[in-house]
Design a protein around this ligand. Sequence first.
Ligand SMILES: NC(=O)c1ccc[n+]([C@@H]2O[C@H](COP(=O)([O-])OP(=O)(O)OC[C@H]3O[C@@H](n4cnc5c(N)ncnc54)[C@H](O)[C@@H]3O)[C@@H](O)[C@H]2O)c1
Length: 309
Amino acid sequence: MAVVGLGDVSVVHLAAIEKLGATLVGVCDSRGDYRALLDEVRPDVVHICTPHDQHVPVALAALERGVHVLMEKPVAHTLEEADRLVAAVKDHPALKVGVCLQNRYNLTSQALFEFLRSGEMGAVRGGSASVLWHRDAAYYAARRWRGQRRRSGGGVLINQAIHTLDLLQWLLGEVTSVRGHAGRYGGVAGGGSVDVEDTAHMVLDHADGTRSVFFATTTNAVDSPVTIEIVTERATLLVRGDLTVTYTDGRAETIAELAPDGGGRAYWGASHELLIADFYRSLDDPAPFWIGPQEALKAQHLIDEIYHH
Ligand SMILES: NC(=O)c1ccc[n+]([C@@H]2O[C@H](COP(=O)([O-])OP(=O)(O)OC[C@H]3O[C@@H](n4cnc5c(N)ncnc54)[C@H](O)[C@@H]3O)[C@@H](O)[C@H]2O)c1
């Protein structure tokens, strides 16, 4: 394995590589040349942990060299850039490309998915989700790209809430219509100027007629647990850390989430390692990895709709 981009999130990737018993053959940050790294060490897989505008260039260089790609979210800072990767993936069908939407591997997400698919909850009446987090001046000052739309593509939606938006569309089905707004409502706590949005709301209509509503902000006083609530004919399923299922007859059950074990920040969850392990396993499998660029772009298309329409 090789890792390109040695900032905050790389710590989680490096820890997973070691824990899974894979061999790290090279790393490269912005003072190095990722093309030279790929040529010299010829890894099987490159983990891409760079800022959003530096995902696709590294991925294309890897595919050209026959290297599998595991990239951080989002696919790219713009849809045009993402489409360059989608085209390249078609030209390299033997290579795997995975995107780190690791929250699909949360125990609570997997349990929700199974409950809804099993039919035992009855028809879905609707869903809602919230991401109420705190990102202050220090967060943006530490890495300027995070507050620069031309490099990040945006703020709370594309950077933080994309995971939860992806879960909503994965759990409740394809979104046929999205309306909402994103803006700079709160500013940056502690000062400093950024040109990315800090708050957004959305109403999503899913293909089967279900509606979900969504709210995200980085202006909250603290990092509150993400919530996802799905109401069905027979139960209310609420994720807030753990998953609590409360049945209409009064019974309740709880499915506990895995606790992060030191490598990551609590709000990133513990699921990176699960996704990375699954990606490595998929290398022996002829089918594409299930969270490839096109799958990951479903949530990004919704975000783009809010940004540009
Ligand atoms: N999945 C998650 O939960 C999660 C959590 C945090 C961050 N992320 C994502 O991870 C990515 C990185 O975020 P971060 O917070 O670690 O950023 P960061 O700024 O801390 O780290 C990025 C690193 O990439 C390096 N870099 C920039 N351009 C490069 C290039 N061309 N070649 C090599 N290195 C280059 C920078 O010098 C920096 O060290 C982003 O896409 C972010 O959205 C995902």
